[in-house]
Design a protein around this ligand. Structure first.
Ligand SMILES: [Zn+2]
Length: 252
C-alpha cells in the first residue's frame, strides 16, 4: 500500500477516536446536570412524602382537640340533664346530647380514616427514602465511572496528539492539506473504504477506472461525489465468493 495512504488511514482512526473522546468530554456538564436532576427529583419525592406525613399528623391532632371539645360539651349537658326541672328542658338538653354524640362519632370516623391514611403515608415515605438511597448510590457510581473515564480520555487525547504529530511529520504536505480540507468539509471523516465499486460512506458508485485504481491502493484518489480519499481492503480468499453489498442511494 502507498505509504501516505496507510498513514492517512491511521490518521483518520486517531482523529475519529479523538473526536469521540472530545464529544464525550464536552457532554460531561450536561451528563452531570442530568445526574443532579435525578438526585434532586428523588430528594423532592422524600420531601413531599414527609410533608404529607406531617400534614396527616397535624390533622389528627386537630381531630383529637375537636373530640375533646365535644366530649366536654357532652359531660356538661349530661350534668345539666340531671338538674332539669321541666319536660321541655329535658328534651332540649337531650337534643344537645344527641347532637354532641353525633359529632363525636363523625370525628372518630374521620380519625380512623386519617389513621389508615397515616399507615399508607408512612409506607410511601419509606419507599421514597429507599429510592433516594438507591439513586444516591447509583449516581455516586456513575460519577466515579465518569471521572475515571475523564482521566482516561484526557490521557488518550494526549497520546493521540503525540501519535498524530509523528504521522503528520512523515506525510506528504500536499496529501495532508487534502486530508485536512476534506475532513473539515465532511464532518471529520476524510477517508472512505471503497467496496464493491461503491464509496462506503456516501454510497455513490465509483467510475470503473477509479475503482480499479483504488483496488491497487497505490495512489491517493478521491471519491468523485464526497471527495473522501479512497482505499481498498482486500477481501480474504474465503469470503471472496460472497455477494457484494447492493448499491445504495447516494447520501452525503
Ligand atoms: Zn464518497
Amino acid at each position: 500500500m502507498n505509504a501516505d495512504l496507510e498513514r492517512l488511514i491511521a490518521l483518520q482512526k486517531l482523529d475519529s477516536t479523538a473526536d469521540a473522546a472530545r464529544k464525550t468530554l464536552a457532554a460531561e456538564p450536561e451528563h452531570e446536570q442530568a445526574l443532579a436532576t435525578r438526585l434532586e427529583a428523588a430528594r423532592q419525592r422524600v420531601a413531599t412524602a414527609k410533608e404529607a406525613v406531617a400534614a396527616n399528623k397535624s390533622a389528627r391532632a386537630a381531630l383529637e382537640k375537636d373530640v375533646a371539645v365535644q366530649q366536654g360539651r357532652l359531660s356538661k349537658f349530661r350534668e345539666t340533664a340531671m338538674a332539669v326541672k321541666t319536660n321541655q328542658e329535658y328534651h332540649a338538653v337531650q337534643h344537645e346530647i344527641t347532637f354532641a354524640q353525633t359529632e363525636i362519632k363523625k370525628i372518630e370516623d374521620t380519625t380512623l380514616e386519617r389513621m389508615m391514611e397515616a399507615d399508607d403515608l408512612a409506607a410511601a415515605l419509606k419507599t421514597a427514602e429507599a429510592q433516594l438511597a438507591a439513586e444516591t448510590k447509583a449516581v455516586d457510581a456513575e460519577r466515579r465511572t465518569g471521572s475515571a473515564a475523564h482521566i482516561e480520555m484526557q490521557a488518550s487525547l494526549e497520546q493521540i496528539a503525540g501519535e498524530r504529530a509523528a504521522l503528520v511529520a512523515g506525510l506528504d504536505q500536499g496529501v495532508l492539506r487534502t486530508f485536512e480540507a476534506v475532513s473539515k468539509k465532511r464532518n471529520g471523516i476524510a477517508v472512505s473504504e471503497a467496496r464493491g465499486g461503491v464509496c462506503t460512506i456516501c454510497h455513490v458508485r465509483l467510475r470503473p477506472q477509479v475503482f480499479n485504481t483504488v483496488l491497487r491502493n497505490d495512489s491517493i484518489l478521491q471519491c468523485d461525489h464526497c471527495n473522501r480519499i479512497l482505499y481498498y481492503v482486500p477481501v480474504p480468499a474465503s469470503a471472496a465468493t460472497a455477494p457484494s453489498d447492493p448499491p445504495a442511494q447516494p447520501a452525503s
